[in-house]
Ligand binder design. Structure first.
Ligand SMILES: [Zn+2]
Length: 466
């Protein structure tokens, strides 16, 4: 392990900044103080800001192949279009995982939670190749294989009509076996690769699938992930399915816990919010995706006041349509100023940074090891260049990083003390070659016609009162 000392670097200290040296020994932060002895390689931190790495706490890497082209649709129709045009092969999964990692790193993230869409029939291969991509880049990866055991149309409320749905192509038991095998083959937390249990959400999963995931989570000490109440349709569906809210139901079946992260959480009521607080579940806020799909504005200020842990995600690049974590953090902070006129509740830039770092670590049950610049914690660090044009003139560095439009500001990044970004470039993979591959394997397109959308749109409109 390479030891190093970052010298004369700016860090946040209470309401102010301090200039310090930071020693990294064996992948962990060994000391933070002015004028330390240089251990290992010296790194010039002058005119740079050091922050703990952020978490891109919810994304779907392979959606990168359809960013920019998806129709202007709400989630349920958007999903139908997405899956009609997702003829992915493992090589594409590999490239989009690399791309997701690179964009996350260059916007301040050192960890990514990839709610990974599995290629039917090639499930373990999909997980294997995404794992390979993340290992090659060196980003800390939380791979959450996206599973369901009901077919797509079951995710839309029936309303007055009696809807029949095709059975899902794979049994619940077979799906759980895939996840267990993935845990055996790939779950290596000490090496920065984690497998999560991740049923896609109540809209497409049976209680048996949730129960199986909870059991695997308990047996192998795995974090839990899921979408939750992203749309009004899902709120309606939960009432149809359970006769109560989705949150009440998830609590009843034991899925909520202090290592459960829940993406979106747009349509929760006050009692639901109290349940999230009580179970210490984490909300992953995906503001850009929620706007793009018209899902709604998640009541993030209410979560914070209720003591619910909140962190940020980009969500997949088909509903965003990028993986710029700083953009998600900015939008996820200022969006809520219009939801509460009491400005004392608004999210400050420093709070946003803490949500993006410590908030992510808490949700993944590793706040003792990551998420802050604390002696003893692992060195997942990002160094920002404060001489970059977009961070000038000199004002409040964190204020401008969160509220401005920082461009190419990440100078260096380390994961577990290993440097994987230097001089603004990812050093572990050939990014130029990645760029070429993404270019060569795609083409400019405009109009596409989704057959599934054509089949379900009339019912969707009727049941949603449109
Ligand atoms: Zn998602």
């Amino acid at each position: 392990m390479l030891d190093f000392t970052i010298q004369n670097v700016l860090i946040a200290a209470d309401d102010d900044y301090a200039t310090v040296d930071v020693q990294i020994i064996d992948g962990a932060i060994a000391a933070i103080a002015p004028n330390l002895q240089i251990i290992g390689t010296p790194i010039d931190g002058k005119n740079k800001l050091l922050l703990p790495g952020f978490f891109n706490a919810h994304t779907h890497s392979s959606e990168m192949w359809q960013r920019g082209i998806m129709s202007v649709f709400p989630l349920e129709l958007w999903l139908a279009e997405l899956y009609d045009f997702a003829p992915l092969d493992p090589e594409q999964v590999y490239l989009s995982a690399l791309g997701t990692a690179v964009e996350t790193l260059l916007s301040g993230g050192t960890s990514v939670v990839d709610h990974l869409v599995l290629i039917p029939g090639l499930e373990l291969e999909t997980i294997a190749i995404a794992t390979r991509a993340y290992r090659e880049v060196g980003i800390r990866a939380f791979i959450a294989p996206l599973i369901q055991d009901e077919s797509l149309t079951a995710g839309i409320p029936s309303g007055e009509s009696a809807q029949k749905h095709e059975p899902y192509f794979r049994s619940t038991a077979a799906t759980l076996e895939i996840i267990e095998e993935a845990v055996r083959q790939f779950h290596r937390p000490d090496e920065g690769i984690n497998i999560l249990v991740a049923p896609t959400g109540i809209q497409l999963c049976t209680d048996a699938l949730f129960a199986g995931c909870t059991e695997l989570s308990d047996r192998y000490n795995l974090c839990r992930h899921s979408h939750l109440l992203e749309t009004r349709a899902q709120e309606k569906l939960a009432q149809e399915k359970y006769g109560c809210t989705a949150v009440e139901h998830l609590k009843r079946i034991g899925y909520l816990s202090d290592r459960t992260t829940l993406a979106h959480c747009v349509w929760l009521n006050d009692a639901d919010i109290a349940i999230l607080a009580e179970t210490q579940s984490t909300v992953v806020h995906n503001p850009l995706s929620n706007l793009r799909l018209g899902s709604g504005i998640a009541p993030i200020l209410k979560y914070r006041q209720a003591g619910v842990n909140v962190t940020f995600g980009c969500d997949g690049a088909s509903s965003n349509d990028s993986q710029d974590l700083l953009e998600a953090i900015k939008m996820g902070s200022i969006l809520h100023n219009i939801t509460d006129s009491n400005y004392q509740h608004w999210i400050t830039p420093r709070q946003a940074v803490e949500m993006a770092s410590l908030g992510g670590a808490k949700g993944l049950n590793i706040a003792d090891k990551l998420g802050s610049l604390t002696v003893g914690k692992q060195a997942d660090l990002v160094l920002y260049d404060l001489t970059n044009l977009s961070l000038l003139p000199r004002t409040d560095p964190i204020g401008l990083l969160v509220l401005g439009r920082p461009t190419n500001v990440v100078d260096s990044a380390w994961v577990n003390g290993k440097q994987i970004v230097a001089d603004g470039k990812v050093t572990t993979i050939n990014v130029e070659q990645l760029r070429q591959e993404l270019f060569n394997r795609s083409q400019w397109e405009t109009k596409r016609k989704s057959e599934t959308v054509a089949q379900i749109e009339a019912h969707y409109r009727k049941v949603m009162g449109l």
